[in-house]
Design a protein around this ligand. Structure first.
Ligand SMILES: *Cc1c(COP(=O)(O)O)cnc(C)c1O
Length: 434
């Protein structure tokens, strides 16, 4: 399998190069040259396959010969070695709980797969790579955990001081070893700007071989397909009709992976992109004009994105045909008030605790089903409620239970280096401290 740069179709590389490089020339995203189809037999008999087998079959065509099949099997087994249950909330709406991994976030799946692929590709080379990421909270923990103690890889995470939740902060800062956490006196946008400056600094790049670990990287984006199959396996045990699938969306990597599986033959009657007040994509569906905006802060902060990086991949999948896109996807913007009300309502009616991101998805799904009665579907539960305790406890007027694994984590010591939002400080750290 080859991948081409969406900004320069002549730049074509394989999975290995795309994983190590992250982005192509002109910051273009890589996209698979063809869309391998699932066997009908496989889709109809998903219940006969283990999650590991599903993951392997899902990804092997994308990896090609770049990783031997025995090793790829080990990598995918580690990627999906936790529960991914599909849980019924109401008669019409179920939730795929993607938050039972090590950092209680769906990003664990992509981060684990990517870290292990990168590590395999670096073996035998005398090269160390530095993964540099800015996080508003959830990405950092999953990346830190996914890359923890992986040889030849250092991770540097920038996060805005006092703006991530206590659990998120511990997940970033308690590991140590090859993980450095930089506490920035500034906002998430400041962190992101610092990271961007580092990526365009020649000396830093030459010395550290910087790479990113967000869903721009194919090795983090593609494994997100796996759980749409794992969901379907469970869905068809209780339903005959195809599901509506609703994804809480920020950078649109997650929903784009779902759409990719649909183009490969995964049954789904419709997709919903659920957004918070950051409504570039809902506006696009109304006006057919894509207009990036400055991100606004919301309760579902992992979705505070004003220019979703993966949207170009979705356009490519649909061959830039607006009508086809509109037929298959609906998009809604849900504000913070509605989000809070949804958490309260779902808890009171069904006894289920949503966190802000999945509440945005639940509200969007409810709205779609109201406009299109008679259908059923599932939302993607992208984080555990304990990661957003302030909003959740306020909405349900009850304390939430902390899982044992977190109690252990909360006892650990926080290790950070504090820096100002000043590129020279970051530069000094990168060139002299790691
Ligand atoms: C990252 C994240 C999202 C958004 O996923 P994208 O792939 O960026 O659209 C949604 N919910 C949570 C909890 C996240 O961490």
């Amino acid at each position: 399998m080859k991948y081409y740069n969406l900004k320069d179709h002549l730049e074509k590389i394989n999975f290995r190069e795309a994983t190590v490089k992250g982005q192509g020339k002109g910051k273009g995203l890589f996209f698979p040259e063809n869309i391998p189809q699932f066997d009908k037999e496989f889709i109809q008999n998903l219940h006969q396959y283990s999650n590991e087998e599903i993951a392997y079959k899902c990804l092997k065509d994308f990896v090609g010969d770049e990783i031997p099949s025995e090793i790829l099997k080990e990598i995918v087994a580690e990627t999906v070695d936790f529960e991914i249950p599909l849980v019924k909330i109401s008669e019409q709406i179920s939730i795929l709980e993607l938050f039972h991994g090590p950092t209680l976030a769906f990003k664990d799946i992509g981060a684990r797969f990517m870290s292990r692929c990168l590590s395999y590709f670096l073996k035998g080379q005398h090269k160390k790579v530095t993964v540099l990421v800015a996080t508003s909270g959830d990405t950092g923990g999953a990346v830190a955990h996914g890359f923890y103690k992986i040889p030849q890889i250092n991770v540097v995470i920038l996060y805005p001081k006092s703006r991530v939740s206590p659990v998120q902060e511990k997940q970033l800062t308690a590991l140590g070893e090859n993980i450095s956490a930089l506490e920035v006196n500034g906002s998430f946008d400041d962190c992101q700007n610092l990271v961007k400056q580092a990526f365009s600094d020649e000396e830093i790049n030459n010395q550290l071989f910087l790479t990113s670990a967000n869903s721009i990287n194919v090795a983090r984006w593609l494994p997100q397909q796996i759980y749409y199959l794992i969901a379907l396996k469970q869905w068809f045990q209780h339903h005959k009709e195809e599901p509506v699938i609703c994804v809480p969306s920020g950078n649109f990597g997650n929903i784009c992976a779902g759409l990719l599986t649909h183009f490969r033959g995964l049954p789904a009657s419709h997709f919903i992109a659920a957004c918070n007040a950051n409504q570039v994509v809902p506006d696009y569906f109304k006006t057919q004009k894509y207009q990036p905006q400055k991100a606004v802060a919301t309760l579902s902060n992992a979705m505070d994105v004003g220019d979703p990086s993966n949207f170009v991949r979705i356009l490519e999948l649909f061959g830039h045909q607006f009508d086809d896109l509109k037929d298959k996807i609906s998009s809604y913007s849900i504000d913070d008030d509605k989000t809070m009300n949804m958490i309260t309502e779902v808890y009171e009616k069904y006894g289920y605790i949503l966190e802000p991101h999945s509440a945005v998805a639940f509200a969007a799904m409810a709205q779609y089903l109201k406009e299109n009665p008679g259908q059923k579907g599932y939302i993607l539960g992208t984080a555990h409620p304990v990661k957003f305790p302030d909003a959740v406890e306020k909405a349900i007027h009850t304390q939430i239970e902390i899982p044992d694994s977190l109690n252990e984590l909360m006892k650990k010591e926080k290790k950070t280096v504090e820096i100002n939002s000043d590129f020279e400080e970051l530069r000094r750290f990168l060139l002299h401290k790691i």
